[in-house]
Design a protein around this ligand. Structure first.
Ligand SMILES: [Zn+2]
Length: 214
């Protein structure tokens, strides 16, 4: 891995922990339990991806039970009015949404389940994919559409959903097995993306040789 890149990322991380990075993204939580659930969900993500999201920056708004996504004031009016997915559902029928605004990424999510939180954060992570990763993903999505074979109907909706379903499934052993069975190439691609991010994380969170003091 490129040493200059790793050095600059280490400087940028400046010793921040996963907990700090997640904490800094939360702009609204209804109560402490909801916030802790979000920490639990997101600490499965590699440190490097959490840093990329935090620094973009990403703002996370946690909804309480019964609260509607449109109530989150970090969303754009466009997102509030848009019809989502092929069924044309209204935002308030979704458990969460990620919207790229001019100068930040907005993630609005119910704290209901770890799967939903990890799914929405996968949409955030997609924002930072390289053109190479995007084209690999697009090729697999085309193949999956031809076979019409997906881990869940939502995954067939778009490239973004295809990836978000796969990446969130990857964090649960039983769901990961489903993914491996249904779409082995996608399972391999997601595994590779996460493994590379973990490798970078390990490099940038360790003290480089020769720098450690007595
Ligand atoms: Zn989604």
């Amino acid at each position: 891995m490129d040493q200059q890149f790793l050095d600059s990322m280490r400087v940028r991380l400046a010793g921040r922990t996963k907990r700090q990075l997640i904490e800094e993204m939360i702009v609204r939580s209804p109560h402490v339990g909801a916030k802790e659930k979000l920490h639990l969900a997101l600490q499965e993500y590699p440190l490097f991806l959490l840093m990329m999201a935090r620094d973009y920056p990403t703002k996370i708004w946690i909804l309480d039970k019964g609260e509607r996504p449109t109530s989150a004031d970090i969303l754009s009016d466009g997102a509030r009015q848009r019809r989502w997915h092929s069924r044309g559902i209204h935002l308030d029928q979704c458990d969460g949404v990620v919207d790229v605004i001019d100068n930040y990424v907005a993630m609005v999510v119910s704290w209901k389940t770890l799967l939903i939180i990890r799914h929405e954060f996968a949409h955030v992570v997609t924002t930072f994919f390289s053109p190479k990763t995007r084209s690999q993903l697009a090729a697999l999505f085309e193949k999956a559409k031809m076979r019409n074979y997906f881990v869940e109907p939502l995954a067939a909706e778009s490239l973004g959903e295809y990836l978000a379903c796969a990446m969130s499934f990857y964090f649960f052993p039983d769901l990961r097995e489903d993914l491996r069975t249904v779409d082995p190439d996608l399972h391999t691609l997601v595994g590779g993306i996460l493994a590379e991010a973990e490798e970078i994380s390990a490099q940038i969170s360790s003290v480089p040789a020769g720098v450690a003091g007595a």
